[in-house]
Design a protein around this ligand. Structure first.
Ligand SMILES: *Cc1c(COP(=O)(O)O)cnc(C)c1O
Length: 816
């Protein structure tokens, strides 16, 4: 986030910090909480936030090497002492909030704050759109509405802005006061109030009262008339209310009339007038009315209001990742163009590590709050910091301003770009499409998007890390984690999954075969890797690639020791597997003495860990057996450790073991299926996030009449006229034929049952009640049905469904 030059003494005062540093009179002009951002530089003030699973302090030395020299910390890491300026505080998140509060008070112009149960982001974005012709607006980017998002948004204000639009969201009590303090809104908008009370609140009243604290110091609160809510407003708050016709007492009365895709709103206020909005959806109508109320409050005339509202458009709330032509990945952010959101989009682009090459297609930028020259200087700096390979600029201003930028390709208009478009110019790269609405970049997206009827498995790496952190939060702080990425990361992709886990400091990766480990090393993964089924023929390769074998038998150990001797290895890490009851691989009790004698005083290898595997950790009816396995493990591993005088890492738990037997976590756990979103039971699965969505598109739609059949063996007979869609995914892609009977997919959020037998490469689904067309997107699994639903219906386990997705299905990775 960008801040104006702020001096050290102001930071110290604002955050009540103790300053310990080299240069007490430095100035900062950027604030960051993300150590990975390429935008961190010598003007950055880095807040070392302490999350449940991540501690910003860990990255300080790394950041000092990158040139950052100002840090807000709770303690100064030893290695960094004397190397930078430190602002020592009790709580870094609170310091960030205090800093934002201080910063906000440097500015004096109207601030609109939006809260409510739904629609906050849309109302905020629409207000920005509707008011932007007349104001230089600072708004919270995306849905930055939390205890951290709000301060970061506020820190983006600069001297040219003259209106603020922020959203505030809370999840429990005592949060809103802090947000109010930071935003200090002068105009409040309450989008709506849901009927239920959320977890985190004792009652609905408590929730509403908490939300309304945002309006403590506002001149006016805009809301739909609701006495119960108004009674809970802070004392001084004045209201400006609306309601639908027939309900009494509001300042403005609205009568909506829906007609073919549009809604006509008859507005009764001072002079009655009419507005048409291009939606018929009730929630869109409600959001649009809230925006209309703000325009009325700003004294806009009826003509301007109706002109502007007529051009409202639906808004994508998150950056969209699309599969591009020629193996490109396209990030679609084609509805806004301002400096704040450009910064966020570039950070996002950097996180998608799928390709090395990065292209940005960028339109003229509006509403930055800077002079044109100053703005484009900053844009240059951003593009340089983010190592953008190629910049395509579209618009009169950007083409002039960046004319001499390296690898810059100018086009005056989108039409000119489209006319000269050559698909071969885009290959194996990530393309960020970032343009103001008026540039109609959606027409560029059409050219860049891969329109082949391809089936893809989308993998959400943010969800993967969420799941990792969920399990970490259930472990003792020092317990290590191994991420199981065998079988192509349970079908989700090996390199990308391993890379994301490594990035989040997983201690070990587990693969099944050595070639899986070699592939990870070749792709640049440096994390320690255990090979669970090491083939003796691959020992040399394993050693060359620093892969660590599981040792499960005397024969195998002798073979490995032979090679170790020949290569004259020293202390090569190995992992001893004990068979405590699974009866798959591992030493049994009667082999321990021989194992000990082979390893005793043997310096070629070093026992890095001792482990075993539970055979029924997911099933409570076998808990006696599991306890017995754990007891044996304790006994045998202790014997090995005493006899060999070693202190290795011990581990026995897999995903469901973590859930059911946390007392047996020893020094490390091995997490597999849980990372991929499948928990031990429904309760646990709810706390995890789905990481994979199998998507495809409709190839063809047909109508068939009663008596006609669908598919092989005429297994489905229509009893009435129905509409079916054929989609290009079948059992060769890994969707079991047994799923035909109960199977379904989701199209436009609705269930489309499989009709007839699933074929090798295709299936047919019933779309009689779904408004869809050829080319529309289909969810084969993901949220609904989930992999768990499919596994249950076909009498197997989610592991088999996940790992069964064929390699011909392309995997596309994204982070949120
Ligand atoms: C696959 C595997 C795991 C992971 O099991 P999940 O049930 O997927 O968590 C752990 N340990 C070993 C030895 C494995 O083979």
């Amino acid at each position: 986030m960008y801040v104006l030059g702020i001096k050290t003494e102001n930071i110290t005062t604002a955050t009540k910090a103790v300053f310990k540093g080299l240069q007490p009179d430095t100035e900062i002009d950027n604030v960051s909480i993300d150590s990975r951002s390429l935008q961190n530089n010598s003007g950055t003030l880095f807040f070392a936030l302490q999350g449940q699973n991540k501690d910003g302090h860990v990255f300080i030395s790394e950041l000092i090497n990158k040139g950052v020299s100002n840090f807000v910390v709770t303690n100064i890491p030893k290695a960094a002492e004397g190397k930078a300026n430190f602002f020592v505080v009790d709580d870094t998140q609170k310091a960030l909030q205090d800093f934002a509060t201080y910063y906000r008070q440097l500015f004096n112009f109207p601030f609109i704050a939006v809260t409510g149960s739904n629609g906050k982001t849309i109302v905020k974005e629409w207000l920005n759109y509707l008011l932007s012709p007349d104001y230089d607006i600072i708004r919270s980017p995306k849905s930055y509405n939390s205890q951290i998002g709000v301060p970061l948004s506020v820190i983006g204000i600069n001297q040219k802005h003259n209106l603020g639009v922020f959203e505030a969201g809370i999840s429990t009590i005592n949060e809103m006061e802090k947000l109010e303090n930071i935003i200090r809104p002068t105009i409040g908008v309450l989008t709506n109030i849901g009927t239920a009370h959320d977890e985190g609140f004792a009652s609905r009243e408590e929730k509403i009262t908490e939300k309304l604290k945002l309006f403590k110091n506002t001149d006016v609160v805009i809301l739909q008339k609701n006495e119960a809510v108004e009674n809970l407003l802070p004392e001084k708050a004045k209201t400006f209310t609306w309601n639908y016709e027939g309900e009494s007492g509001a300042d403005v009365t609205i009568t909506p009339k829906k007609e073919k895709g549009n809604t006509l709103l008859q507005v009764n206020y001072k002079q009655p007038f009419e507005v048409t909005i291009p939606f018929t959806d009730d929630t869109f109508i409600e959001n649009a009315i809230n925006c209309l109320m703000v325009l009325l409050h700003f004294n806009y005339d009826a003509k301007t209001i109706s002109q502007r509202l007529a051009t409202l458009y639906p808004i994508e709330l998150r950056l969209q990742i699309k599969n591009g032509i020629n193996n490109c990945t396209v990030i679609d952010d084609s509805y806004s163009s301002d400096y704040q959101s450009l910064k966020i989009a570039l950070d996002f682009l950097e996180q998608q590590k799928t390709h090395q090459k990065k292209t940005v297609i960028l339109s003229d930028i509006f509403q930055s709050g800077f002079d044109t020259d100053e703005l484009y200087l900053k844009v240059r700096q951003l593009l340089t910091d983010n190592n953008i390979t190629r910049v395509i600029g579209i618009g009169e201003t950007i083409t002039k301003q960046l004319a001499d930028f390296p690898n810059f390709y100018p086009y005056k208009t989108t039409q000119e770009f489209l006319a000269q478009f050559n698909p071969n110019g885009y290959q194996d790269e990530t393309i960020l499409l970032k343009g103001a609405r008026s540039f109609r970049f959606e027409e560029i997206l059409v050219l860049l998007e891969d329109k082949t009827h391809e089936t893809v498995l989308e993998i959400n790496l943010t969800a993967l890390i969420h799941n990792l952190n969920f399990y970490r939060s259930r472990l003792k702080p020092n317990t290590k984690t191994m991420g199981m990425v065998k079988a192509f990361g349970y079908g989700s992709g090996s390199y990308e999954i391993a890379k994301a886990l490594s990035h989040h400091k997983i201690d070990y990766l587990g693969v099944a075969f050595s070639d899986e480990g070699v592939a990870l090393r070749n792709a640049g993964i440096n994390t320690a890797i255990i090979v669970m089924n090491p083939e003796m023929s691959a020992f040399s390769a394993m050693i060359a690639y620093k892969l660590e074998p599981e040792i499960y038998s005397i024969n195998e150990l002798q073979a490995f020791l032979n090679i170790a001797r020949k290569k004259n290895l020293s202390e090569y890490p190995i992992h001893i597997k004990l068979d405590t009851g699974m009866h798959r691989l591992g030493f049994e009790e009667n082999q321990l003495e021989e194992l000990i004698s082979l390893l005793h005083n043997n310096n070629f290898v070093s026992v890095k860990s001792i482990f075993s595997h539970l055979s029924a950790s997911d099933d409570g009816q076998f808990s006696d057996f599991t306890h017995h396995q754990i007891d044996l493990f304790e006994k045998w591993s202790t014997r090995l450790m005493e006899a060999l005088q070693i202190n290795p890492i011990r581990h026995i738990l897999n995903t469901s073991g973590i859930y059911n037997y946390p007392e047996a976590q020893y020094d490390m756990v091995r997490i597999g299926i849980g990372l991929y979103g499948v928990g031990n039971d429904a309760e646990e699965t709810k706390r995890l996030e789905k990481i994979g969505t199998l998507k495809t598109t409709i190839l063809q739609i047909k109508e068939i009449t009663a008596g006609e059949s669908v598919g092989y063996s005429r297994n489905f007979m229509a009893t009435e006229k129905i509409k079916i869609a054929t989609i290009p995914v079948g059992y060769a892609d890994g969707i079991a034929r047994a799923w035909s009977k109960q199977g379904y997919v989701s199209i436009k959020g609705k269930k489309a049952p499989v009709t007839g037998n699933i074929c090798m490469d295709m299936m047919m689904v019933d779309v009689t009640n779904i408004d869809c067309k050829e080319g529309d997107s289909v969810e084969v699994f993901g949220k609904n049905p989930s992999v768990i639903d499919i596994a249950k219906a076909i009498n197997t386990i989610p592991y088999e469904v996940l790992t069964g997705i064929s390699q011909r299905v392309k995997r596309v990775f994204y982070k949120e």
